[in-house]
Design a protein around this ligand. Structure first.
Ligand code: SAH
Length: 449
């Protein structure tokens, strides 16, 4: 078997990345745009030692779970890799992902509930980070083809808020009018790298961040005049990223017009969001996610609650009214500032956020004999640090609510937590990222008596 070979194969399974699996004389092939039960004509893209990659040329026998994809760019770019799977099947797929990883940890008896989905699973994202490149002498915005840095120009991003899509085109055309040069990766030259937009879904406020290679951009004042005159743009920020890097944002932000933040509302509270702070990207599902977390925590008003990996404090501040005290821990200083300000803005006097690594702060607290009733954790993909779990073996919060964006590390951590005497209640998957393979979930753990 070699690159570009074409063959016909049956698809046996679907990986967590949303690729079909075919086996050719026992050799696994990961096939783009193919579903279990389908017979497809495929073309080999890459042959590795233990497995290979292929793309689908023709679907000979389609699965009843397949939905028609009118524009294949959404799959090619990885914007919507699950677009070809019917939405109710996506929700089942996500539930099954969690069940699969639990089984690998011999945690088969934990109950996974049905995935909480969206009524309209499109146009949900409140944030966009769009590369700007020059193609045939024109400024273009779009998305990279998967595994490459070739820009596929596009104006409708399918899963982003429509208002954001429209604003990207308007900002791009203003930049174009003033002859701003697009960044060129090959030569590390040009002026504008990315346009980032954030929207407050419930406030209709927009932030435009121009990610530039340097501070001085010709005609910047006139450009900012035009951008800030667009409807509902309350913040225009310049982020300077001079390095030859894949990291999107540089360290320096300059507010060019309006506020250095936008505001949004979740479950009745107002939040300030700075350009570099983490903020959930699906506002409709965020409210459901947090409500599920609150319900699982079942607070009575007397608890000391810790909000670890707190971002701008949204989870803890949502719970503060039902708790005696909330203490938050977050590693990004700007986000902690936002969190403390958010407490003040919402007249919440019993919540306090500090900068630090969750594992370090909890280790210190374990050492000091601190008591915690309910611990909320919402770590990044790599899950909980082993030292954090060690600290919990000492602190022993009565309850833990674990929000996870990666089932594999969740299952690993649940194994360790059950070993230090926690029982796992049900797991609720919440679809924060429809049409993509990302799986988010909320798990309740209680300390055994
Ligand atoms: N709970 C928040 C944020 C979740 S994202 C919300 O719902 O919006 C995870 C957050 O953890 C990010 O803000 C990230 O900056 C932070 N983080 C990453 N590693 C950390 C660590 N070791 N200790 C504390 N915070 C960390």
């Amino acid at each position: 078997m070699k690159k570009n070979d074409q063959l016909i194969a049956d698809i046996l399974d679907l990986t967590y990345e949303g690729n079909g699996i075919a086996k050719i004389d026992g050799y696994p092939l990961f096939v783009e745009n193919a579903l279990p039960g389908e017979k497809v004509k495929l073309q080999i893209l890459k042959v590795g030692k233990d497995y290979g990659f292929a793309k689908t040329l023709e679907i000979i026998e389609p699965s009843p779970d397949r939905q028609e994809v009118k524009d294949s760019r959404y799959i090619q770019t990885g914007i919507a890799p699950l677009l070809f799977l019917k939405y109710d099947k996506q929700l089942e797929f996500k539930k099954k992902q969690i069940e699969n990883v639990l089984a690998k940890q011999s945690l088969n008896d934990i109950r996974v509930l049905d995935t909480v989905g969206m009524k309209n699973p499109f146009n949900y994202r409140n944030k966009a980070q769009i590369p700007v490149r020059e193609i045939d002498g024109k400024l273009q915005t779009g998305f990279y083809r998967r595994h490459s840095h070739d820009l596929v120009p596009m104006e409708n991003f399918l899963i982003q808020d429509d208002g954001i899509d429209e604003l990207i085109v308007m900002v791009r055309d203003i930049l174009s009018k003033y002859h701003v040069k697009a960044y060129d990766e090959a030569t590390n030259s040009g002026q504008i790298r990315n346009i980032m937009i954030r929207k407050g879904h419930f406030t209709n406020q927009y932030m435009v961040v121009l990610v530039t290679t340097r501070e001085k951009i010709s005609a910047l004042n006139a450009i900012v005049d035009e951008i800030s005159a667009l409807d509902n743009v309350v913040s225009v920020v310049q982020n300077i990223n001079p390095n030859k890097t894949n990291v999107l944002l540089g360290k320096k932000n300059k507010t060019l017009r309006g506020f250095p933040y936008i505001e949004d509302k979740i479950l009745g509270n107002t939040y300030r969001i700075s350009p570099n702070s983490f903020y959930q990207v699906n506002p409709v599902q965020t409210e459901k996610l947090y409500q599920i977390a609150i319900d699982k925590a079942d607070l009575k008003g007397k608890e000391v609650v810790v909000d670890a990996y707190s971002g701008i404090g949204t989870i803890g501040l949502t719970m503060a009214k039902r708790a005696k005290k909330v203490e938050g821990i977050e590693i990004v200083e700007a986000a902690v500032k936002d969190a403390n300000r958010n407490a003040t803005v919402n007249h919440i006097g019993n919540a306090k956020y500090q900068v630090g690594k969750a594992e370090t702060v909890l280790r210190d607290w374990a050492h000091d004999g601190k008591k915690i009733d309910v611990l909320m954790v919402d770590p990044p993909r790599k899950g909980l640090d082993k030292s954090l779990i060690d600290a919990l073996a000492t602190i022993k919060p009565k309850k833990m609510v674990y929000i996870s964006c990666n089932p594999a590390t969740l299952a690993r951590d649940l194994r360790l937590l059950t070993d230090i005497d926690y029982s796992v209640g049900s797991i609720t998957p919440v679809d924060m990222f429809p049409m993509t393979n990302h799986v988010e979930s909320v798990t309740l753990l209680t300390l055994n008596d």
